[in-house]
Ligand binder design. Structure first.
Ligand SMILES: [Zn+2]
Length: 77
């Protein structure tokens, strides 16, 4: 499942391999998942989600079941 984390709190696992930006980033409603952090978040994707992104998917589920719509850019591409 995708995770929403800011620049200061990047994923510390090998599962999340790419990120996409939520619509409007950095003026986005999506904020970092770390308690006490209110920074705008990037949406970090698993390998399967990256594959879906490349196939055109732009809605991703993050913790709690919320889906976030991302823009058309993928990093690293
Ligand atoms: Zn953060």
């Amino acid at each position: 499942m995708a995770t929403a984390l800011c620049d200061e709190h990047k994923p510390k696992d090998s599962e999340h391999v790419s990120y996409a930006l939520p619509l409007g980033y950095p003026s986005t409603a999506v904020t970092c998942d770390v308690v006490g952090c209110a920074n705008p978040a990037r949406v970090w994707l698993t390998a399967d989600e990256r594959k879906a992104f490349r196939a055109g998917e732009r809605l991703f589920t993050i913790g709690g079941g919320t889906r976030v719509r991302v823009s058309d850019d993928l990093f690293p591409n």
